[in-house]
Design a protein around this ligand. Structure first.
Ligand code: NAD
Length: 479
């Protein structure tokens, strides 16, 4: 903790919008007065966050599991705590080079001069995070915002209240409340939060709420990064071993019981092979999760309302003639892993992001048909393409657009600190992680320093022959 001390306001007791406004105003005031925090200072805050994670692993795991009423301990450790620490490590390692001013060229017409870019902190960044990976999706943008030298107000989801309270307390204990504070509360608090005149607002959640957040930010001209969801397809090309693809798709789909923004939403396989593929997925599922209901490695669905939505979607598909293959029982907050064949057109499973452990499988006659089907829909957050043939890979990538892609696997493009993570179109705007997050949450400030003579000003006014000659000369320059 190295930034200027301020009154210890943050903590789990912060839930009213009055204290939120005060915190925001203090942060804003501090961000407008004083130099940007040094690299050492930012690293010290990142170190505090790392210490917070290392010293409180069991409490974090327990709180998230309480909220889910059964979240796999290993998933919280491996998919949340480990990547959050990875983001901190990556930022610390590269921060000095990210912050370093970048020289830019100056045209001879403006010589003698120097030009460069300074990546400046924006000021106060707001972060709204969802419930599905409540730690990682709070910490990962927080790390980027701190690396960029900002102050941060963070609003976790009301669907993970135990975690939100814990995080608020931990952040207050490990960091300076003038630098980072957590606001807890329900949707009303979230709505008021998104109306604060932040210097940037980073929202992770559904496309529907993303629209509301952008509308709330517009009157303040607050720039937004929207990390949204959508239906991410997994396309198994004819050359790729079906069984191998089934294993990767089952892995990506059933982690966190399908409540992963980049989970493969549905699978496309060569026509006639749908049933073989479905059987291969279920065979994998049986080895991953021999039983479902009480299995501590198979996460529960976050709430009864979410469970009911998923079960109703299955019932609707079945009533419309779909074949549903399942493993295990819907008990103990769990929804049994399910594969759906012949889902009827227009049913919820094909219309909306599923966000649960249900995998519809459809057949395609030729790859062009599959590609065109993907390209017709909203642009997805992720695309998974399984092929060993580079030309096929190129054809699929050229003919579709998504936030990111993993070829011959699922999810792992998101785990790369060197790659930007973000959506496109309905799946979001703007990307973060690593240098892309640092830049997204910085202002690239242009600086031009003029040398001993300012040739341009010498031309006039009053404009005379010298200016006319210069204009003619510059117009004739090769382009
Ligand atoms: P959600 O949109 O319901 O809620 C997200 C956050 O928004 C919560 O913190 C909530 O308090 C807040 N919120 C709710 N109403 C609000 C309003 N009117 N104004 C401002 N904030 C409001 O999303 P969710 O159910 O928590 O998460 C699931 C969705 O998030 C899925 O669509 C999933 O794909 C998406 N998601 C995307 C990513 C990504 O990185 N792209 C990651 C995880 C989840």
């Amino acid at each position: 903790m190295t930034s200027a001390p301020s009154a210890p306001l943050a903590g789990p007791e912060i839930s009213g919008t009055g204290s939120m406004d005060i915190l925001f105003r203090r942060m804003r005031e501090a961000s407008r007065n004083g130099p940007p925090p040094s690299v050492a200072d930012r690293k010290a805050v990142l170190d505090s966050l790392a210490r917070m994670l290392r010293e409180n692993g069991p409490a974090i795991i327990a709180a998230i599991s309480d909220d889910f009423k059964g979240r796999s301990e290993t998933e919280t450790r491996l998919l949340e705590i480990v990547p959050a620490l990875g983001a901190i490590r990556h930022a610390k390692r590269h921060l000095a080079s990210w912050v370093r001013p970048q020289r830019r060229t100056v045209d001879w017409a403006f010589q003698p001069a120097r030009a460069w870019i300074r990546h400046e902190p924006l000021g106060v960044v707001g972060i709204i995070s969802p419930w599905n990976y409540p730690l990682l999706l709070s910490l990962s943008p927080l790390v980027d915002a701190i690396a960029a030298g900002n102050r941060v107000l963070l609003k976790p989801s009301e669907l993970t209240p135990a975690f939100a309270d814990l995080l608020a307390g931990l952040i207050a204990r490990y960091t300076d409340p003038g630098r980072i504070a957590v606001i807890t509360g329900g949707v009303e608090v979230a709505r008021a939060f998104s109306g604060l005149p932040f210097d940037h607002l980073l929202f992770t959640g559904s496309t529907a709420v993303g629209r509301q957040v952008m509308a709330a930010a517009a009157p303040n001209l607050t720039p937004v990064t929207l990390e949204l969801g959508g239906k991410s397809p997994a396309l198994v090309c004819p050359d790729y071993p079906l069984d191998k693809a089934a294993g990767s798709i089952a892995f990506g789909k059933f982690l966190n019981a399908g409540q992963t923004c980049v989970a493969p939403d549905y699978a496309l396989v060569p026509a006639g092979r749908e049933r073989d593929f479905a059987d291969a997925v279920l065979a994998r599922v049986r080895t991953f999760y021999p039983d479902v209901a009480g299995n501590p490695h198979y996460s529960a669905v976050i709430s009864e309302r979410h469970r009911e939505r998923l079960l109703a979607a299955l019932a609707e598909a079945e009533a419309g003639g779909a074949t549903i293959l399942r493993h295990g029982e819907d008990r103990g907050g769990r929804v049994a892993p399910s594969v759906v064949l012949n889902a009827p057109p227009g049913c919820l499973l094909l219309r909306e992001e599923i966000f649960g452990p249900i995998l519809p499988v459809a057949g395609y006659r030729d790859l062009e048909e599959a590609r065109a089907g993907i390209a017709r829909g909203e642009r997805p957050l992720a695309l998974y393409c399984f092929t060993g043939d580079r030309r096929t890979e190129q054809r699929v990538l050229d003919g579709s657009l998504s936030g990111g892609v993993t070829v011959n696997g699922t999810l792992l493009h998101v785990a790369q600190d060197g790659l930007p993570f973000g959506g496109v179109g309905a799946s979001g705007m703007g990307a973060y992680h690593g240098i892309d997050g640092f830049r997204r949450l910085s202002h690239a400030r242009a600086v031009h320093r003029i040398g001993g003579i300012n040739g341009f000003e010498r031309l006039g006014p009053p404009w005379g022959r010298l200016a006319d000659w210069a204009a003619r000369l510059l117009t004739r320059r090769p382009v």
